[in-house]
Design a binder for this molecule. Structure first.
Ligand SMILES: [Ca+2]
Ligand SMILES: [Ca+2]
Ligand SMILES: [Ca+2]
Ligand SMILES: [Ca+2]
Length: 252
């Protein structure tokens, strides 16, 4: 997945992990030694780990990275596992260990292929997945529980053939489906309402030419939801049979 094409956003931020109780706090910055070592990977003997003039505590409670000057935790990836620090806190993974469950696959690769980075059981999938599509925004959003993992531009149906609104489930998946009606291939096909429409990569003519490449972010299809080629496969891999899909006028 090319992360430049992905808008990472998140909902609520959890402050509860900071213990200001009687726990040992060597540098007296209100973040316990335990949390500094195990949760935030900051220096428990220096109240201002990155030396930017703001204490670790004030940075953390205001959503800033205690490791990088002037950066928010939604922008930083301390352990370089492609999962940003804020998402690690929301998902309960370790922001200082690129492979929280120790199964040899990084947290970022697990999350964005739909696996659970906290469960090393072979093939354990992420739970509480949800896809939402906003017609107004021309975006598809993937979430687990209340945590938004990413938003991607799509093309939905033109006004004369609009994408149906409502609640659906992915009822079939195939890497490459053929549309007998339109005589073209639909790579990374995820069927909705038993194939009456679906979500797929930009369609492809038998000569290999892609259809509608310049229309991503605008209505262009006959009812399906088209995904850009940079991220269609990863959304396909992330999605399970039965994943709920909500198609709504607006995401907000
Ligand atoms: Ca401390
Ligand atoms: Ca600081
Ligand atoms: Ca990370
Ligand atoms: Ca792992």
């Amino acid at each position: 997945m090319r992360y430049s094409s992905v808008i990472i956003v998140s909902t609520v931020f959890l402050f509860s992990a900071i213990s200001v109780s009687a726990a040992t706090d060597t540098d007296k910055d209100r973040v316990s030694d335990d949390d500094e070592k195990n949760v935030y990977h900051t220096d428990c003997k220096n109240p201002d780990t990155d030396g930017d003039g703001f204490s670790d505590y004030s940075e953390i409670i205001n959503g800033y990275s205690p490791h990088e000057k002037g950066k928010k935790m939604e922008e930083t990836d301390f352990d370089k596992d492609k999962l940003r620090d804020k998402l690690e806190r929301l998902l309960g993974t370790n922001l200082g260990n690129p492979d929280t469950d120790g199964d040899g696959v990084s947290d970022g690769d697990e999350i964005f292929s739909g696996n659970d980075p906290r469960d090393k059981t072979e093939g354990a999938r992420l739970k509480g997945k949800r896809i939402q599509i906003g017609i107004k925004e021309q975006k598809l959003r993937i979430s687990t529980g209340r945590v938004i993992l990413g938003e991607y531009l799509v093309s939905t149906g033109v006004l004369a053939a609009p994408t149906p609104l409502g609640s659906f489930k992915v009822d079939n998946k195939t890497p490459r489906a053929w549309s007998a009606r339109w005589k073209l291939w639909m790579p990374w096909w995820m069927s909705l309402r038993h194939g009456s429409f679906g979500i797929h990569e930009l369609p492809e003519w038998p000569n290999g030419k892609k259809e509608g490449e310049r229309s991503i972010g605008r209505r262009a299809s006959h009812g399906c939801v088209r995904l850009g080629i940079d991220y269609a496969k990863s959304i396909y891999d992330w999605t399970d049979l039965g994943t709920p899909v909500q198609i709504q006028e607006s995401l907000y």
